[in-house]
Design a protein around this ligand. Structure first.
Ligand code: NOJ
Length: 553
């Protein structure tokens, strides 16, 4: 297949002008703390372990680190059930460890973003314990959503909302004498009661929590369920089941309500009152790129994860459409687009892309990484994707800890494809070395069993191997730092055959062949990097199946 590949470029600034914001083209690496590195051998990753491994991230070439929750928590949902927002859970270390980590990261030139979980607390949070002890309609219950049940004896939930993790979104309380009482709302697990953001005390508390971590030196927050804090007045019924399937495609009475934006505006003012450009990034599931862009208006948050891109299938036309829509939507509010392929809640993209075996998944994942890093804006990497790690799909049920697993049918009868809705398979602790009790994760075991292939996938095994995925990421990130045309700035499409995307950035062309066969193209320029070996023939290049390449022009 030979096609004309024009390399004419649109003129434009190479990068966002100095000082407009480090986040606009930052590559931010997600550390899922419990699975990154374990310093004390208890099988669970911790802050000291993470700190000791920061040099890996500096060498990888990322700009910042996002740490998932390490706060005091009963761990009903991997720490997204916080009992004390200002304390470090002993499982992960101490406040001093957090302080040391932030300091070391800064010394290495890495910024640090921490999670904040404002939609719900743990059911062990003192506020919720007070609420349970309070009388119906009492002041302590105002901080949450308590309601009497429906039905003659209050035996039915107050409305038909379903938990994202399956089952009803309401749990009935029981009084000290064993009598059933009011119900409380939890959009996630019952151990995660939703806060009532109409209560001024809730707002004041979170301002104070943000200040606490900003004073400690963090560079920003990843805001959990940033689309969920405000519920529609009267908590109206939805009128259908399987509501989780509507998330991200519809505004729901509990998700993406317009009222959340006022909260984010307040937080932006707070962030801006600190020196050094502290940022907020929204985990927001919005039905369209346009509605997602509302979260990153100039007076709101800095970034919002682009889940439309993450959900996009391996298809050139679909990818191009999502990229165009995302860029247009964020450009309309002057924000950068934030690309993401994987995180701790979804099947790893190496496995998502594998329709025809693991080899294909890895080929596509490597190509997708180069595409993502060539797009304008900021990119989030999920720990282990730089190693090309697949989802672990055969974890024994008894090892699993994800509450979503226990609240959805385990036999696949719920219409989900095995791993969907069960998030342990992407959380298996990282392999750092070929050997050792947990492949270098720590001096002990690992809280989820690691598969046999972990030795060859380890950082040690891949370092220095020019064909490894780790070296591909290192090279891509080094080029991204070096080449002014990457990161923030203009992008345009070049003509390309069906199934191929060719995009142009200042001084650079990126070609992605999504097809299962090689494609011959006129030489776009000097090859800088490619996810699979290129072959040349008299002025043309043969781009291998399912691969991506960067070209200097
Ligand atoms: C999104 C987090 O990423 C996920 O892990 C968590 O279960 C829910 N929010 C609830 O906090």
């Amino acid at each position: 297949m030979t096609q004309e590949l024009t390399t004419s470029l649109q003129a434009g600034p190479a990068r966002s002008p100095e000082g407009t914001g480090w986040w606009r083209d930052a590559v931010i690496y997600q550390v899922y703390v419990r699975s990154f590195a374990d310093s004390d051998g208890d099988g669970v990753g911790d802050l000291r372990g993470a700190r000791e491994r920061l040099p890996h991230l500096a060498r990888l070439g990322v700009d910042a680190v996002w740490l998932t929750p390490f706060y005091a928590s009963p761990q009903a949902d991997g720490g997204y059930d916080v009992a004390d927002y200002r304390a470090v859970d002993p499982l992960f270390g101490t406040l001093q460890d957090a302080d040391d980590l932030v300091r070391t990261a800064h010394e290495l030139g890495l910024r640090v973003i921490v999670d904040v979980v404002p939609n719900h607390t743990s059911d062990r949070h003192p506020w919720f314990l007070d609420a349970l002890a309070d009388r119906p309609r009492g002041a302590a219950r105002e901080r949450y959503h308590f309601r009497p049940g429906r039905g003659t004896g209050g035996e039915l939930p107050p409305n038909d909302w379903e938990s994202v993790f399956g089952g009803p979104a309401w749990t009935r309380t029981t009084g000290p004498d064993g009598t059933p009482g009011e119900w409380y709302l939890h959009l996630f697990a019952p151990e995660q009661p939703d806060l009532n953001w109409d209560c001024p005390e809730v707002r004041e508390e979170f301002d104070s929590v943000l200040r606490f971590w900003l004073d400690l030196g963090v560079d920003g927050f990843r805001i959990d369920v940033a689309h969920g804090m405000v519920k529609a007045p009267g908590l109206p019924d939805i009128g259908r089941t399987e509501q989780a399937k509507l998330i991200g495609s519809q505004v729901l009475p509990f998700f993406d309500q317009d009222g959340v934006h006022e909260i984010h505006r307040g937080w932006r003012r707070l962030l801006d009152s600190y020196p050094g450009m502290r940022i907020g990034v929204a985990e927001a599931w919005a039905p369209s790129a346009e509605r997602l862009a509302l979260y990153v208006r100039p007076d709101e948050l800095h970034q919002a994860f682009n889940f439309q891109f993450l959900k996009c299938p391996w298809d050139a036309a679909a990818m191009r459409e999502v990229i165009d829509e995302s860029l247009a939507a964020t450009a309309s509010v002057g924000a950068p687009t934030t690309w993401v392929l994987s995180n701790h809640d979804v099947v790893r993209h190496t496995t998502r892309y594998a329709e025809d075996g693991a080899g294909q998944g890895l080929r596509r994942a490597r190509a997708a990484a180069l595409l993502t890093l060539a797009l304008p804006g900021s990119a989030y990497l999920y720990q282990g994707e730089e190693l090309g790690l697949p989802e672990v799909v055969d974890l024994p049920d008894e090892a699993r800890q994800d509450p979503a697993f226990f609240r959805t049918s385990a036999d696949g009868q719920d219409g989900q494809d095995g791993q969907e809705g069960r998030r342990d398979g992407c959380r298996v602790p990282l392999p750092w070395s070929r050997s050792g009790p947990s492949y270098g994760f720590g001096p002990g075991g690992s809280w989820l069993p690691q598969p046999d292939g972990w030795a060859d996938a380890s950082v040690e095994a891949q370092t220095g191997d020019p064909e490894s995925t780790l070296e591909l990421y290192r090279a891509a990130l080094a080029l991204r730092r070096e080449l002014p045309g990457l990161g923030d700035g203009p992008m345009s499409w070049l003509p390309a055959p069906a199934g191929v995307l060719a995009l142009s950035r200042p001084g650079l062309v990126c070609t992605l062949n999504t097809l299962g066969e090689e494609v011959r193209l006129p030489l776009p320029g000097r090859a800088l990097l490619s996810s699979a070996p290129l072959a040349y023939d008299a002025g043309t290049v043969r781009i291998p199946a399912e691969s991506c390449a960067w070209w200097a022009i």
